[in-house]
Structures are given as structure tokens and as C-alpha cells.
Ligand binder design. Sequence first.
Ligand code: GLN
Ligand code: ZN
Length: 767
Amino acid sequence: MAIAANLGYPRIGRRRELKRALEDYWSGKSDAQTLLAAARDVRHEGWLAQQAAGIDRIPANDFSLYDHMLDAAIALGAVPERYRAADALATYFAMARGDTHRNLTALEMTKWFDTNYHYIVPELSTPFASRPDASKLLAEVDEARALGIDAQPVLVGPLTFVLLTAHAAGANRLATLDGVGAGYAELLRRLAVHGLTRVQLDEPALVLDLDDEILAAYGRVYRDLAAAAPQLRVTLATYFGPLPARQLATVLALPIDVLHLDLTRGPQPLKEILGGLGAGVTLSLGIVDGRNVWRTDLTKALTKLEGVAARLGGDRLIVAPSCSLLHVPHDLDGETGLDGELRSWLAFGKEKLHEIRVLTDGINRGRASIAGELAGSAQALQSRASSSRVHDPKVASRMAGINANALARRHAFPVRSEIQRRRLGLPLLPTTTIGSFPQGREVRKARADFRAQRIDRAAYDRFLRTETERTIRLQEEIGLDVLVHGEFERTDMVEYFGERLDGFAHTMFGWVQSYGSRCVKPPIIFGDVVRRRPMTVEWSTFAQALTGKPVKGMLTGPVTILQWSFVRDDQSRAATAAQIALAIRDEVADLEAAGIGVIQIDEPALREGLPLRASDRPAYLRWAVDAFRLASSGVDDGTQIHTHMCYGDFNDIMDAIVALDADVISMEASRSSFALLQDLAEVKYPNQVGPGVYDINSPRVPGEAEIAALIERMVAQIPVGRVWVNPDCGLKTRDWPETEAALRAMVVAARKERAVYGAGVEAPGGT
Ligand code: GLN
Ligand code: ZN
């Protein structure tokens, strides 16, 4: 009999109960007991939902109060001394979020593979001596047992753990491996002693490009684990991509009981895997997409499963989601805002479990036994494939007409910049900001009042206009050169555009954990993207009419909109990006026609879209750059196109950044401003650039001298005529007083440096 398995369940709660419980606890509104009770309720609900859906193999320890990498660190005893507190929760949350009383900053956080989930990067000493602590693992297994569920505990696998923490350990990537391996061996031994017979080790790192040293380490560590706990059968879960050919032999030789493969992210070398799979090994096929929200094509999936079952026998087959369901919303039940047709195309976490059960039944009892489900899936698919809401012939013909001309500005940067210089009349070292201004209590209150219909649209608009005008006046008074309207009308830079474009749907409860208690609610792109009317022109022209200084039009770029949405699975990401780009291009044209001379198209997510494997990167960068160029190139030479990037180390995509050919780019210097400047100098960045002069993530107000020194460092690497002075990202999370003080310091510093470099140097534009 094939069995139905799950690899992980959404853990923030159906209605984000865990989020609320965490935030109440952090703010002192509730105590530890209340938090832990809420956490237990979330776990129980998840287990019971999986049981009700007929899942045979249900995970435990996939739950986390904050993050599963942090949990793994705690399980290994990788707790840096400075975080240790009398109370385990205090230690845990100090590592996750810092502790102001003890003056501790949090551990670093970074993206989990190519998802929008962020994990805490554990800090390991080298050599690392593990102090294993299986208490959470065992407690959760026992909790499930008490509900009558024989759950299989899940842990991040040892090599993935080591590789994701490696940079903290210094140059040698495997320096901590011995200690980590010994820690896992002890944890597994304790699970076995506790009477468990199975464990799931997640090794998504196996889909990355790995070298021989790492592959050898896999063999060694997994043999050690098998020797340490021979009674314990290991499910090795790989996901987020197919297994690369060069690691097949290694993976097939590992002493494991179950090998899990992701079948949704490009073709797996199934023939080779079936040929080389050990006689006792079961294959777990991740056929239901754990990263996207579409209903599975059950007939196609069943056909694939049947093919494998014919080779292996149903007894050696497990049906599963491609990866943990952490990355999709909980369920569709409450989504009353979605119409029936659109809803019939979707499957969230709970619905995916049902699909897994149905497919397993199809294998075990034959196609006929699930005929109704197959028909339902086929019908949904058919309605999607033929729906006029999905396919718009006008979009198709526009897409077909995209040519090289549409991807290039009329003239090269040197010509454009000269025209822009004369038109805009900016001083040397011009100052600007990235777009948003503080969205504090007042803005949030007005929004809440409007949503709850305590104030009407007119009153809300009045409020937004007042805020915008106040922000324009403040920027004038501070003396900034290129102003922004402040983005008060936007809660989110992707949602704002999604709500104004056809082809996008929005859920009410479709929350997905981003990190800790933070969740995002990505829009769902289901159909061809059409812009029916201008989306931002009113706000931009309103702000521009208030002042003689240029006000930047503010748009979100096509790659970022794509990256932060659930996307169509019936066409390529490249095609969807191009459709969004056409919509943004139209908006750019309308802004230009309305007299907006400077237009910024933000692409903070361009870097994070980079594929996991090197061989996939050039193609991605090509279409991503093309999408930006398609969005931005329709303007006259005199219109200045800005872009903005943050969240990342840009060293490996510098050529693509040059290829965007934006007139001006503002960038966050995440590692250090020094490294960013070197990268820019190395590629001889040809256009204008504003490396962030202060960190907006901190409430700290930078001093004038400090900013002036940074400008001097910038000018040492980049010709002064091409340097802009700006913060490193939008200001919406900051408070007004610190924002004002920081911007004043920035303007004073820029003026001072202007006086130093001014004599004999052209204002921006020149080379
Ligand atoms: N214009 C946006 C803002 O200022 C950019 C945000 C971002 O880069 N993430 O808020
Ligand atoms: Zn940013």
C-alpha cells in the first residue's frame, strides 16, 4: 500500500493565532503560559487537520515558536554564551530578536533557499561541541501521541544545517561538521530510546551545486547517524529542485529508508533514481506543489505516480507535497471574497492534504475509485485553461509584438544624462529619499478607520492629502533636491499595484509566515495582466503640483511584483514578468505625459529571484533585466529613470544591474558600504548611483560628519558627478523625529561635500 505523507504544516495558525500570542507575550500583555497554550492549540489543530484529511505519516517538530533553524540550533546546544538567560524562552527570543535590556542584538536572519521565509542563522563556535537537547522534539512527539497520532519528528538535516551556518564559522565550510554530526547522532539516539522508529531529515541543500568534499561529507555523516541509531529509519527529504546529476550516486548510496523528491520544480532524473535506488528504499514523491496555490492536475499526477508504482510496487511509494506546506496559506475555507470559479482553481494547505489522500487512494484502489475527484480536477483545469479572465488576446498580441526597440532607451546614458541635467537643474551630489515616509500610529489609525467604515473615502483621501502635503513641505524645508510624495496611500508596495491590475486576486486570510510573527499575504496572479487605468498618476501629480522641485513618480518593478506574489503555473515566470512590465510601462508613460520628470521603479527583489543553481542564473537575469527595461524604456531621454535595490549582496549580479540601464540606482549596502562601493568600482558602474548613506533599519540618527566621510569614500570610488546622497531604503518603519534629524544631517553633509568638490566639477550627468 502506498501511503500519504506530509512534510510540514503551516504553523502560524489558521487566523494567525500564534502571531497574536507571540506579540502579546513580547509586549508584556501576556505570560509564558498563555503563549505556550496558544502554541499548543496551533499544533493540535494542525495535527487534527492532517489526521482528518487522512494523512498516514504526519510530522512533529515542524512547529516552531519562531524558526526551525533556531530550533535546530537549540537542539544541538548551539547557544552563544551571551544569550543565555535563566529562562529558556528568554534565551530563545533573545537569539531570535535581540534583548534591549541586556543590550543584545539578534542573530542574523536570511532567506531560506529561494522562498520568502527567513531563518535565523545560528552562530557556532569552531570547533563546535554539541550539547544536545531533545526536549522540544520529544515533547512534541508525546503531545501528538496523546492525540492518538504517531507523528514522525522532522529536523533540518545536518549538512543543510552546517552549510547554512557556514559563513559564521569562518572560511572552512565544514569546520563545524564533526560537532554537528555528533550532536545529530545523539539526538537520533535519544529519539530511538524514546521508542521512535522514524525521523525526517530535511536536506534541501542537496538540490544546490555541491562539490565533492561536501558530497563525501554527506556519505560520512549519514553512515554515522545510521550507526548511532540503527533502529531509527530515516526519511531524507530533498526539495526546492531536482537532484543534480552529479550528486545522484551519493544520495542513492546513503543508508536511508525513504528518499523524498520534489517533482514540481523541473524534471527529476527519475529513470536513474529508479535504476539506482536500494532495494529497501521507499520513494516519496512530492507531487503536490508546496510552494504555490494551484489545484493539482490529479490525472497527470496520478499517471506519474502509477508509472513509478509499476516499477517499484505501491508498497515502496509515498505520496507527499513537494516540500513543507509552511509556504502556502492554511486553507480556503474563509475566502468568501473569492468567486466560486477562481476558488475552484486553488488549493491551500488543507486542500493540498486532501489531494495527497486522493492520489494515494488512486494508487491503492485504482483510478475508478477516485473518478469523481479526477473529473472535478479536470473540470477546474479546463475552466482555467479556457477562461477569458485568464487569457486576454490583446495581451497575447502585445506580448508577441515586444521587440528590441521596446527594451532600449532612445539614446545611451551619456546623452540622456546631459539632457536630464539641463532639464532638472540638480546640484552636485543631489539628495533624495527612497519613497516612503513614516507610517506611524496616525496613518495606521486612519487606514483602520477607513477599512472599518468609521470614516468615508473622502475623509480618508483628505487625510492622505494632508500627510502628503506635510511631507512635501518638510522635504522642501530640509532642503532635499528630489522629493517623494511619501507613499501614504500604500500599505504594501506589491499589494497596491496588484489591487489595481486585472489578473490579480487577493485573499482575506492567505497569510504565509515570513519570519517569526511576521506574515505576508501575497497576491495571486491568475490571469493575463491588464492595467485598465492609471494607478499612481493622481498622487504623483497632486504632490508635484505642490512644489517647484521634482517629485519622483514611484512604481514597483515587474520582477518584484512577480517575486512577492503567487504566480501562474500555466506560463513561464518570464512571460508573467513581461506582462507586468507592459502594465508598468503604460504607467510610466502616463506619469511622463502628466509632467513627472523623474520616475523610480523599485526592484528590491531582483536579487532574491536568483535561481539556486548557477546554471539557471544567466537565463533568469536575462529575462529579469528585460522585464525592467521593458517597463522603463518607453520614455524620452529627458525623463530620469531611477531604480532601487535592497536585501542582498549585489556582488554576483553587478553585470545585470549595469544592464538595467537605469539613469540612477539607489542601493542598500547590506554587508558594508565599503564592499558595495568596491563592487560598483569594479564593474565601472557607468550611470548614476546612490549607495545608502545610513541604515534605515535602525532608529539611530547618523551624524553629519559620519555621512560626510561616507560621501568622501564614495567619491573616491565613483566620479563625483555621478553620486547621489540618500538613505538606504524607504522610511516607513521609522518615526518622524529620527527621520527628520537623519535627513537634516544628510542634507547638511551633502552641502558641505558639494562645497568641497563643487569647484570645477560638472553637476550630475557627466562622466
Ligand atoms: N519605495 C519603497 C519605499 O520606500 C521601496 C521599499 C523597498 O525597497 N523595499 O518604501
Ligand atoms: Zn529598499
